[in-house]
Design a binder for this molecule. Structure first.
Ligand SMILES: [Zn+2]
Length: 384
């Protein structure tokens, strides 16, 4: 690996967001950035060449999933995760705190770590903050996340306080366990929807000092207003010279709001998950390709989109592929949805650099009025 991790704040506009640049051992990228999710070392239905063509600059993978299967030793022997999966760009690995909470039938949080049963084969595991750092270092991540204790929703103030304090304690231990020449390490602010706890968590983590800070434990069932109240509050507590990452949240609307609050990094399974249910993001809202109105539609998914799918295929053909359950449907839909996200980020960065975020936001929302097609029904509950 060459070079290290650094964040450069290039421009900041009060109430409108900021532009930055992040360097990692595997390359640099501009922020605000969107990271496609490849939990198991693969962004579903897409090859790294597709991801590059779409404009992807950094991927998110998951330490919990890769630790369970194929195991960190397999990945290390292969020369690290990037080489294993054929991706030469930067990788951020999530620690798995959220997956242990959401996927495991048994989860016992102890002061020293978390005990759980694998969702794959029921085997028992015990992960400590130190072990999670070792796993991510063996995977060869560019950016690692501390093991946290994310609070479910709803949760009492008392329980949220215990979880946030444990997260701080584990974060301290994770930082101590990290090797000198290792990857960047981000702390994760918790505290549920309690302002006081969010403040305390952000304060304690910045006292410890991390390369970047994530806002975790949101979009788990609380009202959207509470979510963004917590985002705004947390961002206001974080140092300006470090990147801020809003974990697992990312409708296009969420991203735009988050950017304007000063968030630099986003990830979400939404574009690829929706692609697999036939729901496509377009400049005029979400489109459901299963809709009968597209049966003979010769037009592209989105006339304003320049992706491979829109340049070569009609809505009628994409509808046919999807209804026939052809595997190509998932690939073409995922290409379009992720291209939409990466184009949105490019447009946001351009608007930030040209000081026209107000105008951009206005156009973005006005184009969508009444445009969504029953995606909630088809996509089900949105879980990022
Ligand atoms: Zn397209």
């Amino acid at each position: 690996m060459k070079g290290g991790f650094s964040f450069q704040l290039l421009k900041e506009t009060e109430g409108n967001g900021r532009l930055g640049s992040i360097s990692t051992p595997h390359g640099s990228f501009s922020t605000p950035v969107f990271m496609p999710v490849g939990s198991q070392g693969s962004v579903k239905a897409l090859a790294p060449a597709d991801l590059k063509e779409i404009g992807t600059e950094i991927l998110l993978c998951n330490a919990y999933h890769l630790y369970l299967r194929p195991g960190t030793e397999v990945v290390r022997e292969a020369g690290g995760l990037g080489r294993f999966m054929g991706w030469d760009g930067p990788i951020l690995t999530d620690s798995g705190g959220f997956q242990i909470l959401s996927l495991c039938t048994l989860r016992e949080v102890e002061p020293d770590g978390v005990r759980f049963r694998s969702h794959l084969d029921g085997s028992l595991h015990f992960l400590t903050p130190e072990k999670v750092i070792r796993i991510q270092e063996e995977l060869g991540a560019d950016i690692m996340m501390v093991l946290d204790d994310p609070a479910p929703y709803p949760i009492s103030y008392k329980e949220a306080k215990v979880a946030a304090e444990l997260t701080t304690n584990w974060a301290k231990r994770a930082k101590e366990a990290k090797s000198e020449d290792g990857a960047a390490l981000f702390g994760i602010v918790q505290g549920g929807v309690y302002s006081e706890l969010r403040r305390q968590s952000a304060h304690e983590l910045t006292e410890i000092g991390f390369d970047g800070y994530a806002i975790g434990g949101l979009s788990v069932g609380e009202q959207k207003e509470s979510t963004f109240e917590m985002v705004e509050l947390t961002v206001s507590m974080l140092p300006k010279d470090s990147p801020r990452y809003l974990m697992g949240m990312g409708t296009p609307e969420d991203i735009l709001k988050g950017v304007r609050m000063g968030v630099d990094m986003f990830d979400c399974v939404l574009p690829t998950r929706f692609a697999r249910t036939g729901v496509l993001f377009t400049s005029f809202g979400k489109l459901n390709i299963k809709n009968a109105r597209y049966i003979k539609d010769k037009g592209p998914l989105d006339p304003q989109c320049g992706c491979y799918t829109c340049r070569h295929f009609s809505r009628a053909y994409l509808r046919h592929l999807f209804l026939s359950r052809e595997l190509l449907a998932y690939r073409l839909n995922a290409i379009h949805n992720l291209f939409y996200y990466q184009s949105l980020m490019k447009d946001i960065r351009r608007a930030l650099s040209e000081d026209r975020m107000d105008q951009f936001s206005h156009e973005f929302f006005s184009q969508r009025v009444g445009g969504d097609e029953d995606s909630q029904q088809e996509g089900g509950e949105i879980l990022c």
